[in-house]
Design a protein around this ligand. Sequence first.
Ligand code: ZN
Length: 317
Amino acid sequence: MARVNTVLGPIAVEELGFTSIHEHIGYGMPGSELDTRWWKSPEQRYEETVPKLREYKEKGGSSYVDATGICNGRDVNYYQSLSEKTGVNIVACTGFVGGDTALKHFADAEVQYLADQFIHEITVGVGSTGGKAGIIKVGVSRGFKMTPLDLRIYRAAARAAVATGVPIITHLAVDSAPALEIFGEEGMDVNRVLFGHADDGVSQGKVDEEGLLAAGGRIGFDTFGYDLELPDPPFWGRHRDERFQHLMRFLRAGQADRVLVAADANCSPLGWPGVKGHTINYLFDQLIPDLKADGVDDATIEQLFVGNVVDFFTPKN
Ligand SMILES: [Zn+2]
């Protein structure tokens, strides 16, 4: 039986239950922890985060994938205590949100060094926490074009994924041709790669959905809730109905098995104000009612949040 690392230890993939595949307990840019204006006390962080996770659990959420990479405020000890308090399984990632968030130590490193770092965090643990990563994060730096460092990180991630059997999640689905080339060269099964943020406002017209699907990749509708209808929407926001109809096109085309869905919400932003009014619970409060109102049946909703996640975390050979 396939297993997935949570921060409290491995569980069977069948135990994941309802899972949001791309979220953040606390996300900040590298160095934000050095900015005294933004220090949050442990009490503040718990106060901002625990109620959101409890509500998620009450509404039917079971597992939570934290897509915060190395250098962006990832804190596995904290995730462990949150998981113990709330009962939500938390899967932490290794890897980087993008080359442009990797600090110099890693930015200067060779591919194999990065691969060894990822493998260590998956098989031994993250630092001294005892918690192991369950997924690898990679991404395209600002500018919608892969940088040489992005490419090294993608190659290292593919190497680590092949060695350990964990899947890969990407920040942005743009400029995917070089990514697919690297995955091919490293023997990475592209069906174990979620090309994320294919649904965000700034990526529209820049994602080769057909190419990704033809290669076997999965498409991430994982910024649900960053709606331009919010009072102070972020630059990557999109009109709510436009994003929803984009997902519906996949469902109507019989491609429900190719997509994964999440809110990319930041429970407790580090070093920036965050987007007010957006939490993981958008999935239950807005998206699932919208899906039902549009005639999507319970089995398909279950597939999006449970079945597809199990399949994504299950090695194929
Ligand atoms: Zn994210």
